[in-house]
Design a protein around this ligand. Structure first.
Ligand code: PLP
Length: 398
């Protein structure tokens, strides 16, 4: 066992399931392990390195900022924060023109839930089955999977769940005590699942009719992942609150909530975070927004993602039940467990994720090339064909 594994095993908390490689360097779509082996990173830090690992503009921004000012609490105004907030507000859909800055996706969800309760004076939050919103107690209460919830119960009260995409069940769940409905546009951890067209618009109409707010969690779908800067733009949807994280600062920890005009009662002292809006993350965030503004990363993601899914479908692999996704967010649902396939991909130098037991999830940097995606297609074809043959052999009578 390498020294790195040993130290993490000895001194880490134990709450993470580990894979046996130590990643020590990254550039663009590639990461390297401690022995210098290169991997094509189709996990991108779980949807973080959308602009690629160590993008030179992000590196330059944080290098310059690190020697000037790293921390500055929100008690004071700051040049980097001012610029980033203005640029992010301009990039957000429609009337989302204020931002709350924090340090992770779960904090963004936590803040959005608190803002919704504050704004409406109501306690209820309606979320979706299979939804994932983070692991702090509030966000965990909106998360659906029992595996994450049960060990920590009792969770926050007044949260309920309806089937994702089912407008009738949502209609029945929104009452005069509902502060907000929280939804992902594409359920990431829940298996890369999309809702039927029209669902989000109708959900928004219900919220507006009943005086509830609509929170869209774009922690995983944001910043170009789905082929638009924000996935709600696919549906011309402008929610009341949008939760952001992961890719927003090119790998530097950051989260945010975009806030629309229906959100009321946000007053000094009601919420906050020591590190929220720190100049280092803001400098990185501005660099990321500039990269998106001056490149075609989002339209590339849309085009390459569609091509990639068509190529996988065209293989007609018997072990593949369904290929789905939006932009460069792809789920390949198998007729067997996904983890052994993800392990075989890693043996071939490709890092991928699972989403539940049977879905392979691919979230590569949006800078991935056509050739690199073809490498993934070829590897999947080889692995799934071999796996199919050995399964068929096992099923033959002795
Ligand atoms: N919301 C969604 C949709 C996510 O996918 C995640 C993380 O995977 C979170 C919230 C939580 O983000 P974080 O892990 O940064 O707390």
């Amino acid at each position: 066992m390498s020294n790195i594994f040993q130290q993490e095993e000895n001194f880490g908390s134990g709450v993470y399931a580990k894979r046996e490689i130590a990643i020590v360097q990254g550039n663009g779509t590639t990461v390297w392990d401690e022995n210098g082996r290169a991997y094509l990173d189709c996990a991108a830090g779980i949807g973080v390195a959308n602009v690629g690992h160590c993008h030179p503009q992000v590196v330059a921004a944080i290098t310059a900022q690190a020697s000037r000012l790293i921390t500055c609490q929100e008690m004071f105004y700051n040049d980097q924060r001012a610029q980033f907030q203005a640029q992010l507000a301009a990039a957000l859909p429609g009337s989302l023109n204020r931002v709350y800055l924090c340090n992770s996706g779960t904090e963004a969800v936590e803040a959005a839930v608190k803002f919704a309760r504050l704004s409406t004076g109501r306690p209820g939050i309606v979320a979706a089955m299979r939804g994932f919103h983070g692991r702090t107690l509030g966000a965990l209460s909106a998360t659906h999977n029992k595996k994450y919830r049960q060990p920590f119960e009792p969770l926050v009260s007044q949260f309920s769940h309806v089937p994702f995409g089912n407008i009738d069940r949502l209609d029945a769940a929104i009452t005069d005590q509902t502060a907000a409905v929280i939804l992902e546009i594409v359920q990431g951890e829940g298996g890369v699942r999309l809702a039927a067209p029209g669902f989000f618009q109708r959900a928004q109409r219900l919220c507006q009719e009943r005086g509830a707010l609509l929170i869209i969690d774009e922690v995983q779908t944001g910043f170009g992942r789905t082929g638009k800067l924000f996935a709600c733009e696919h549906y011309n949807l402008v929610p009341d609150l949008i939760c952001l994280g992961k890719a927003m600062a090119g790998g530097v920890p950051m989260g945010a909530v975009g806030i629309g005009p229906r959100v009321q009662n946000l007053a000094p002292g009601l919420h906050g975070s020591t590190f929220g809006g720190n100049p280092l993350a803001c400098a990185a965030g501005t660099a990321v927004l500039n990269i998106f503004q001056h490149t075609d990363l989002t339209s590339r993601a849309a085009k390459l993602g569609d091509q990639f899914r068509r190529q996988i479908e065209a293989l007609n692999l018997p072990l593949v039940r369904e290929v789905r996704g939006l932009g460069l967010m792809t789920g390949i649902e198998l007729r067997q467990r996904a983890m052994p396939i993800v392990q075989s991909l890693m043996d071939k130098g490709i890092i991928a994720l699972t989403a539940g037991n049977t879905v392979i999830r691919l979230l590569p940097p949006l800078t991935i090339t056509v050739e690199e995606l073809e490498r993934v297609v070829v590897a999947l074809a080889e692995i799934l064909t071999t796996e199919q043959r050995s399964t068929a052999r096992e099923q033959l009578p002795a």
